[in-house]
Design a protein around this ligand. Structure first.
Ligand code: ZN
Length: 417
């Protein structure tokens, strides 16, 4: 049996015990206030049966209710809120407007009964509160507050019985003290159930936590929208993201990874739906390592090449924005030139790297892979417009604007980084 079902079954048992115990002791002691409390406990048996049924139904998913019946729990909570209000009303009526002649034969027994009932109810409400939090169950949490109300009822009975011994209307004072707590419990549960039933947003803290998990993935460039709603014990999340990825398959993999991570780190999520679209860049940046910066001669080596050639193409009008040569700033260092150069290119936002050799299993490959930079192997000795046009067509399916046969005037090497 599930923990929530178990707790609801216990609630039935506890209320049945309290009813029998209070009723027999009321008859034995002759206490009418205890009798009224016993009658209240009989209605509590019914409400705890409704709780168990509600939780059982809430756990179902059927064809007609494909999103689950989780909200039945919130309906049950709404019902419990009304029971709490009714209890408050009963107390006020009992204490202030009912003038019964008390024939208390055995006051000590009546007091002991009220004290026992209060203790049992209070302890059970604490237990229910703990399980309700652990299971994230609104119905169990609502019931724990109802049971706490029942403990207040027994407290008022006890105070009234003690007051009677000294001819003081102590139960009136006790009622004034606790009625506020009782009505607030009912009100809080009412508001929370209605909020969930009307699909109010989940709390900002949880929403922020989910946002942080999503943003922690480097491929996510923007969260357009992120909403969450509760339904019974569960949370449903929907989002609209912009992903930097090579293609849709890759974007889909990224989204799946993020979905898994959110589900692992944020408890009680039933479903996450994340829509995505690829990030649109204004331009495509191509880099190539050069041995001769003036003639744009492609280097046989990667990390040791003296120059870096940059080609930026505007994606809107397919025109080359700039062709620039810079010095490789890492030629002097002893080790790890390749990785340093790769990081340098990535940090400048490179999208494509042209190279005479591929980096199978080497450092630069990891750097480029981690940032979705594509490496294209070329056999050409020199970079010219024709080569750029071919690469551009392969990558975007579009033609470079202008005459592809003529060679572009090349910017002389500069020392700028
Ligand atoms: Zn009750």
């Amino acid at each position: 049996m599930k923990t929530a079902h178990k707790v609801a079954s216990y609630a039935i048992a506890v209320n049945a015990f309290l009813f029998v115990f209070k009723l027999s002791m009321a008859l034995f002691s002759g206490s009418i206030s205890l009798l009224a409390d016993a009658i209240h406990s009989s209605t509590d048996i019914i409400s705890s049966v409704a709780l168990l049924l509600g939780i059982r139904i809430a756990g179902r998913k059927t064809k007609r209710f494909p999103l689950g019946l989780y909200k039945v729990e919130n309906l049950v909570s709404l019902g419990i809120a009304f029971i709490i209000f009714l209890t408050g009303y009963e107390i006020i009526r009992e204490v202030f407007f009912q003038h019964r002649s008390l024939v208390l034969a055995r006051p000590t027994y009546a007091m002991a009964t009220a004290a026992t009932a209060m203790l049992v109810t209070w302890l059970f409400s604490l237990y229910e509160m703990r399980i309700g939090r652990q299971e994230n169950s609104p119905a169990i949490l609502a019931d724990s507050r109802h049971i706490r109300t029942d403990a207040f009822v027994s407290l008022i009975v006890l105070v009234g019985l003690i007051g009677k011994q000294f001819n003081v209307p102590a139960e009136k004072i006790a009622t004034v003290v606790v009625i506020g707590f009782i009505m607030k419990s009912g009100w809080d549960i009412l508001i929370e159930s209605v909020r969930v039933l009307l699909d109010a947003s989940i709390d900002p803290a949880t929403l922020n936590q989910i946002k942080e998990v999503i943003q922690s993935h480097p491929a996510i460039t923007e969260i357009r929208e992120l909403i969450g709603r509760n339904s019974g014990s569960f949370t449903f999340i929907e989002g609209d993201l912009v992903v930097k990825a090579k293609d849709f398959t890759h974007a889909h993999q990224i989204i799946e990874k993020i979905t898994d991570k959110v589900q692992r780190e944020v408890p009680h999520i039933d479903r996450i739906v994340l829509h995505y679209e690829p990030a649109r860049r204004p331009s495509l940046l191509i880099a190539v390592m050069l041995s001769d910066g003036t003639r744009w001669q492609v280097s046989e080596h990667f990390g040791e090449a003296p120059y870096i050639g940059w080609i930026e193409i505007h994606l809107n009008d397919n025109r080359i924005l700039r062709m620039e040569v810079t010095l490789n700033p890492f030629t002097e260092i002893e080790r790890g030139k390749g990785i340093r150069v790769a990081e340098h290119l990535v940090n400048h936002g490179v999208d494509l790297v042209l190279s005479r050799q591929l980096f199978h299993g080497k450092g630069p490959e990891y750097v480029f892979n981690s940032r979705d930079v594509k490496v294209i192997q070329i056999s050409e000795e020199f970079v010219d417009r024709k080569l750029i046009a071919r690469i551009y067509r392969d990558e975007t399916g579009r033609d470079l604007d202008g005459d592809t046969e003529t060679l572009e005037v090349i910017t002389p090497p500069s020392t700028s980084d």
